[in-house]
Write a protein that binds this ligand. Structure first.
Ligand code: GLU
Length: 449
């Protein structure tokens, strides 16, 4: 069978089997269509039906999470863990707690995670989990009770050699602390590598909170270097205000650039002076653990707030979406292109819709895909697991040097794979191909599973 027909056939099967999972279908379609030239050169992979095998999760767990709110009412949420692929190592990936979580979202994130984790070159498989529980507006005690109930089920499915969850949207150091505490009690062992993103007081890694944002900027630096540019004096539009955005603001500012926007689902802030002082970084952290909003940031630091708008019409040198999936659509990229922005670095997972990606490509905008650019977070999680196994901890300089090295190699492998398969400098295709080949080889070696 011709490879494009084979790819089409598998995508159609996914569409028929999981018709309502639109984010998952989008992720599969995006990865698989870029693999046609690879499969042309590798009939062995078509013969062993690699695509159908790689888009079927090894296991999906869905469970009830009952918890008591502060008024004594029992609430119920839905919990998920998708253990997608363990060919390269134990399942690894974050937990997302936010109201919009569905199985389709967790499945697409787990699928992306498989390739992202392979790209890091570290021994980790891919998984993801979460819940439609919304931590914003909940008390500390409610969050603790929710996390404990969530772990009551999850603990039997995870472990340092099995599956190691971490944070993501709505899950930071506080939630990880409650989750790990409950995990430790239920297992009756200090299996530190069973959960990452822990505070350094309980065997976490230095620099894990910063790692996703720093990694994105290290990746951006590699891209810019190839165009004889760097971040000095560059202005950057960022979306979101959470952990990823915080890390990006800090590293961009370290390297002499300036992040001028932040956003939430309610609007965006234009901070002409730049998000580049310790006071502003700390304010971002404070926003996450309180009910402060971007409007308050604007008042505090004397800048403009634009309700119900996204930051993509601001004239900048570089755009880094750091909020959530499909946050950048066709209208947004039209504005970005008309502002002569040359680079878009994806901080969040799958932030750009398919038609918007096509428009960026048609207009020669350089796009760094999320599964490559944001892999620094999970990389330092894997380094946390290594430190846990050694019962040792590396210094900030050591972790930072390793992170930098991982991001540089990762960039090279995406660039090389794109060139090898006729994609020129298409980093999206390069990331898909390089990640896919690593997972596919690992699966083949292990027989027909
Ligand atoms: N949630 C992050 C990601 O999307 C981190 C996962 C981890 O540290 O395991 O890669």
């Amino acid at each position: 069978m011709k490879t494009d027909k084979y790819v089409e056939q598998v995508i159609n099967k996914v569409k028929a089997n999981d018709a309502h999972e639109k984010e998952f279908i989008q992720a599969v379609e995006e990865v698989f269509t870029s693999l046609i030239p690879v499969l042309d050169k590798r009939p062995d992979l078509v013969e062993c039906n690699i695509l159908e095998r790689i888009c079927e999760p090894e296991r999906m767990i869905m469970f009830k999470v009952p918890w008591m709110d502060d008024n004594g009412n029992i609430q119920v949420n839905r919990g998920y863990r998708v253990q997608f692929n363990s060919a390269i190592g134990p399942y690894k990936g974050g937990l997302r707690f936010t109201k919009s979580v569905t199985l389709s979202i967790i499945k697409f994130l787990a699928f992306e995670q498989v390739f992202k984790n392979a790209l890091t070159g570290l021994p980790i498989g891919g998984g993801k989990g979460g819940s439609d529980f919304e931590p914003i507006g909940k008390s500390d005690n409610e969050i603790m009770r929710f996390c404990q109930s969530f772990m009551m089920e999850l603990h039997r499915h995870i472990g340092g050699n099995v599956d190691s969850p971490a944070g993501d949207i709505g899950v930071g150091k506080r939630e990880i602390g409650y989750l790990f505490g409950q995990y430790k009690r239920l297992k009756n062992q200090y299996d530190a590598a069973g959960v990452t993103g822990k505070s350094t007081d309980i065997s976490g890694s230095i620099l894990r909170p910063e790692a996703t944002g720093y990694g994105i900027v290290y990746f951006a630096q590699e891209v810019l270097k190839d165009f004889n540019e760097d971040l000095k004096q560059k202005t950057v539009a960022v979306s979101g205000y959470g952990n990823v955005c915080w890390g990006v603001c800090r590293k961009v500012s370290d390297l002499g650039g300036k992040v001028v926007t932040l956003s939430s689902e309610y609007g965006y802030v234009y901070d002409e002076a730049g998000v580049n002082t310790q006071e502003k970084f700390d304010y971002l952290l404070k926003m996450r653990s309180s009910d402060l909003e971007l409007e308050d940031y604007a008042k505090e630091f004397n800048c403009e707030y634009y309700p119900n708008e996204k930051p993509w019409n601001v004239k900048v040198d570089l755009v880094i979406p750091c909020a959530t999936q499909n946050e950048v659509d066709l209208d947004d990229v039209k504005k970005i292109v008309s502002n002569n922005v040359k680079f878009l670095v994806e901080g969040s997972n799958m932030p750009v819709t398919m038609e918007a990606h096509q428009y960026l490509k048609d207009n020669n905008i350089i796009v760094a895909p999320g599964k490559a650019a944001n892999a620094g977070g999970v990389s330092v999680s894997a380094l946390e697991m290594s430190q846990n196994s050694m019962r040792y901890s590396w210094s900030e300089e050591e972790v930072d040097a390793k992170l930098n090295e991982i991001m540089k190699k990762l960039y090279q492998s995406c660039k090389q794979a794109a060139q090898d398969y006729g994609y020129g400098y298409d980093l999206i295709a390069g990331a898909n191909i390089s990640g896919f080949l690593k997972v596919a080889e690992a699966m083949k070696i292990q027989g027909d599973y």
